[in-house]
Design a protein around this ligand. Structure first.
Ligand code: ATP
Ligand code: MG
Ligand code: FE
Length: 333
């Protein structure tokens, strides 16, 4: 089965061809990061315009690189939501046009289902499983009993983990997106500042990062007022320690309670070296649960993950028609 995946939910224009839901034949990503950098975040209007300019080229390149013709494809999978509506629409309309022109089945994919299915490109999925999804817009624990069935058992009540990284990075005068910069500094610094950890109610798998973010901002502000210097490396290390402590502890607890066979890491923040290392260390203590962590290129936005998730939905008989529309607040479950 050959599936073309298309992803345009945010600031990456991406297309990929995946064979049998597991084998990447091509994975093309055109990033717009440079255009958004000077604004310190993604500007929706600029994102849409870039997608329009790039989409045809990116799809063409993905098809050429894969060496697959449109006639050989079995389906086209596209990110339907969530994301920026103007950005999503470019991908959805490109997918509809191609599906119509070539008489191909069309499948709408949830962006977070895509992030989770990035794992299927590196390992077999073993159910029941638990996925920790940590990205720019999401922080959730998703329980899966079988393919295509998602149960959100915990989610952030305010900021997503990636959002907190980007905001703290901004306060430390680091470039956007700040996650990778904090990660790098954290490894050079020491945990010297006592920052809060939002455990929430006993047994809750929800997250909260806005209190932590405020604590960082207040600490920096107060130090500045007193004329004291805080080493950004130590602030990065302290902040990162708090984020990782909560993410890893809740993931391990949920994995035990739900008796899963596998834990999957997903989303852009999964590129975080500290998080990867700590999750590996804690999961190694549990002997019968396998941990899967995709390579960095599959953690951030890409279309191979959309094709992988789309293949499963296609095999389950899920089809979209020409009324398929972008849904900026699409629900996963
Ligand atoms: P969503 O998937 O929720 O719609 P998104 O697609 O914008 O949001 P991703 O592209 O999956 O998010 O991830 C981007 C986020 O990952 C940014 O917030 C970025 O700072 C963060 N990130 C990337 N690398 C790292 C890292 N090494 N450490 C921490 N955060 C990182
Ligand atoms: Mg992005
Ligand atoms: Fe994403």
């Amino acid at each position: 089965i050959y599936v073309l995946g298309i992803e345009t939910s945010c600031d990456e224009t991406a297309a990929a061809v995946v064979k049998n839901g597991t084998e990447i034949l091509s994975n093309i990503v055109a990033s717009q990061m440079e255009s958004h950098k000077r604004f310190g975040g993604v500007v929706p209007e600029i994102a849409s315009r870039h997608h329009v300019e790039q989409i045809t080229l990116v799809i063409e390149e993905a098809m050429n690189k894969a060496g697959v013709s449109f006639q050989q494809l079995n389906a086209i999978a596209v990110t339907q939501g969530p994301g920026l509506v103007g950005a999503l629409l470019i991908g959805v309309n490109a997918a509809k046009a191609l599906a119509f022109a070539y008489g191909l089945p069309l499948v709408g994919v949830h962006h977070i289902a895509g992030h989770i299915y990035a794992n299927r490109l590196v390992a077999d999925m073993k159910f029941p499983l638990l996925s920790l999804v940590v990205s720019g817009g999401h922080t959730e624990l998703v329980y899966m009993e079988e393919h295509g069935k998602f149960q959100v058992i915990g989610e952030t009540r305010d900021d997503a983990a990636g959002e907190a990284y980007d905001k703290v990075a901004r306060a430390l005068n680091l470039p956007y997106p700040g996650g990778p910069h904090i990660d790098r500094l954290a490894h050079e610094g020491r945990v010297t500042i006592d920052l809060p950890r939002a455990w929430l109610e006993e047994g809750s798998y929800d997250f909260s990062f806005s209190g932590l973010k405020s604590a960082v901002l207040n600490t920096l502000h107060n130090a500045k007022q007193r004329g004291e210097h805080i080493d950004p490396k130590n602030m990065a290390a302290s902040f990162q320690a708090s984020v990782i402590d909560v993410l890893v502890t809740k993931t391990v607890n949920a994995a035990k309670e739900y008796n899963v066979r596998q834990v999957l890491l997903a989303g852009g923040v999964a590129a975080n070296r500290g998080l990867r290392a700590e999750l590996e260390r804690k999961m190694a203590e549990l002997d019968d649960i396998e941990l899967v962590i995709p390579p960095l290129s599959l953690c951030t936005d890409n279309a191979a993950m959309i094709a992988a998730a789309g293949t499963v939905l296609f095999e389950q008989g899920k089809r979209a028609d020409m009324t398929l529309n972008a849904d900026p607040s699409l629900e996963l479950a």
